[in-house]
Design a protein around this ligand. Structure first.
Ligand code: HAM
Length: 411
């Protein structure tokens, strides 16, 4: 193969500490989610394009420019999932799971967005994703935020994160707000960025999310979303804040937080940090009561959020305590079969074991060091004959002769 091999732009291989940190983050998140009654769920990476195109919003960045979509061999348009929520909802509806409500579902895995790669922004990235289907009432919103806080504490990053909170109101208040924004931004139409001019016609709320410096100035004096709330929407948001205050969940109100996807209503939130430069959002989510109905399912309340694993991994060094192995060093080249049997005996007792049998003895010892061996077990003809093996404790440096069952007792 003449061309130089490299991964696809924006996609990363995970090895060694990167892989271990990734797995560690997932395992902490999963076990914390279980404390709140979540169960694991997995949905396919590929969905029919409509699953995302019709739900995330045509004017969202994800649908308008970031989806990996293609025609398969039957000319069906498929898309590699850019997020979990729509796929989970599709699975819930097509699997006829209405009678299982309420459902709390935890997922993790790769997602794909064709964005400009930079630190903390990849084209293949991974999320921890939480969906609470049938989540009725303000306690479910508060519980999701508690779960997030608990997870950040368990990962040791809570101190560097801020919960930014907003309410997008109900469907009617949202329509009212769009009209208010349309009126306001139309006055400044000529000064808006090209992207925001386009958003003005399709979805003026999206302009609030603009990263353009000039747009930001115009956004600063835009009408406040609270002015459009219905009485119910107001009360819901007040009740949530009261509950969060009682539960000591610290939050910062951000009336301009609109989220990048269209299915949200009422509660919307993001977890931000100033540790990661431009990619300041570690995660986000909100309530999406209308999504099930839009997709042909029952009228059902729901709330969820997702956290970016790569961004969490950038926030601190995750050291994990992998079990140190026992390393068998074969002396000479005979007795490989005997050493292999001992290795299997240890593994059967859940002791991680490697067998060094290649190269010179010095090389075998070097490999044992590299593997951070806890004990090194030497096996040569004398040991095989006596069934007592020389064992070196690599921490204290002491050596002794032991039977295989005595070695097992060291674990
Ligand atoms: P989202 O805000 O699009 O929400 O993504 C959630 C998190 O995924 C982001 O805050 C970020 O940490 C991570 N993320 C997103 N794009 C990238 C990227 N290109 N590279 C690295 N990390 C990235 C959702 O996806 C919603 N589905 C969340 C949700 C669940 N809402 C309700 N339920």
């Amino acid at each position: 193969m003449a061309e130089k091999l490299h991964p696809v732009r924006g996609m990363k291989d995970l090895f060694n500490e990167d892989y271990t940190a990734h797995e560690y983050i997932i395992s902490i998140a999963k076990s914390t989610s279980e404390l709140y009654g979540f169960q694991g769920a997995s949905v396919p990476i590929l969905e029919h394009t409509g699953v995302f195109a019709r739900t995330l919003g045509e004017s969202s960045d994800v649908v308008s420019k970031e989806m990996y979509s293609f025609l398969d061999k039957s000319d069906d348009s498929l898309t590699m999932r850019p997020e979990f929520t729509a796929g989970i909802m599709r699975a819930f509806i097509s699997g006829g799971m209405h009678h299982q409500l309420p459902m709390k579902l935890f997922s993790s895995g790769p997602l794909f967005r064709y964005d400009r790669p930079q630190a903390g922004r990849l084209r293949q990235f991974h999320q921890l994703n939480y969906e609470f289907l049938g989540a009725d009432g303000v306690y479910s919103d508060a519980e999701m935020l508690m779960l997030a806080q608990h997870t950040f504490e368990a990962l040791g990053i809570a101190g560097d994160l801020t919960l930014e909170l907003n309410s997008l109101g109900c469907k009617e208040s949202r329509v009212r707000y769009q009209t208010m924004l349309l009126e306001y931004f139309t006055e400044y139409e000529n000064d808006l960025s090209e992207d925001s001019k386009r958003r003005l016609l399709k979805n003026p709320m999206r302009i609030l999310d603009s990263k353009d410096e000039n747009d930001k100035k115009i956004v600063a004096t835009a009408p406040n979303i609270a002015a459009s709330y219905s009485l119910d929407a107001h009360k819901y948001f007040d009740d949530l804040q009261n509950l969060l205050n009682i539960m000591n969940v610290y939050y910062k109100l951000n009336p301009q937080l609109v989220r990048g996807l269209d299915y949200y209503c009422h509660t919307a939130f993001e977890f931000t940090t100033d540790k990661l430069g431009a990619q300041s959002a570690i995660g986000g989510g909100g309530r999406y009561d209308g999504l099930s109905k839009i997709m042909g399912g029952p009228d059902m309340p729901a709330i969820g959020f997702a956290l970016g694993i790569e961004r969490i991994a950038l926030m601190k060094h995750f050291t994990t305590t992998a079990k140190r192995p026992f390393v068998i060093v074969l002396i000479g080249d005979e007795n490989l079969g005997h050493a292999a049997l001992i290795a299997e005996e240890l593994r059967a007792q859940n002791i991680p074991t490697t067998l060094e049998h290649k190269g010179k003895i010095a090389r075998r010892m070097q490999n044992a060091d590299k593997a951070s061996a806890r004990y090194v077990i030497f096996i040569g003809s004398d040991e095989v004959a006596s069934e007592k093996y020389k064992v070196k404790d690599m921490d204290s440096g002491t050596e002794s002769f032991m039977s295989s069952s005595e070695i097992i007792d060291l674990k």
